[in-house]
Ligand binder design. Sequence first.
Ligand code: CAA
Length: 246
Amino acid sequence: MTQRTALVTGGTGGIGTAIVRYLAKQGHKVVTNYRDEEKTEAWRKAMAQDGIEVTTVPGDVCDPGSCQSMIDAIHHKLGPVDILVNNAGITRDTTFHKMTYQQWMDVVNTNLNACFNVTRPVIEDMRTRKWGRIVQISSINGQKGQYGQANYAAAKAGMHGFTISLAQENARFGITVNTVSPGYVATDMVMAVPEEVREKIVAQIPVGRLGKPEEIAHAVAFFTTEEASWITGANLAINGGHYMGW
Ligand code: CAA
């Protein structure tokens, strides 16, 4: 297997950590961004103790200038980014009639605008080198909508629109662009949903449980392989059967 440089944004989070771990175990050079240096350094050390070497660089995915500096720093340390996983994401759940402009903007900036901010500085290099793998981490709620998530569902649906356009523009350059849409996975984000609401959600999952972060990481890693070079513009739903749309 060819060793690649893989950037996973938000790599210290629940699903992000699993993706970092999976790609590193496959032999890739993995890097993630941070805003909180101290917290990230503790996370990096814990990963290293577990045999997973991760490079960390400062970078705020909501800020285009910061993302350009982040990509420059990665280029300097590890070379050009071959694999990009746009994973950083947040929720600010509330019904729309109570939602503030800030709650809307924070979610759209972190989940959707970040795709522009991080992908724009890596795409030209990928096109020049005629190889690239870009994976967006969207959500089941971008497919089916969710009570209390007008901001998040709009941003997550937008990520797939981004995927299918970028896939068309870059197919000739050996770059594939795909989306993974996880359902409810056992991470801090999902555990923050009030317990009684969460129990009702789990009751709607045919497989009968929350997903595991590794189950998402496995699919992301699949999209980054050499063998997946004919898969582009796809959206892979991984949700325990919770939503079975086309
Ligand atoms: N359908 C219909 N009615 C619903 C509903 C639903 N899905 N969910 C709640 N309601 C109803 C309640 O029963 C309640 O009704 P009553 O007033 O008649 O009792 C009413 O809506 C509450 O509405 P409010 O406007 O007062 O809402 P709230 O301020 O109490 O907050 C909420 C509600 C924030 C949306 C809360 O229900 C919640 O957190 N829901 C979970 C949202 C969710 O699934 N988030 C996913 C987070 S994880 C993630 O995002 C990862 C991923 O990609 C999957």
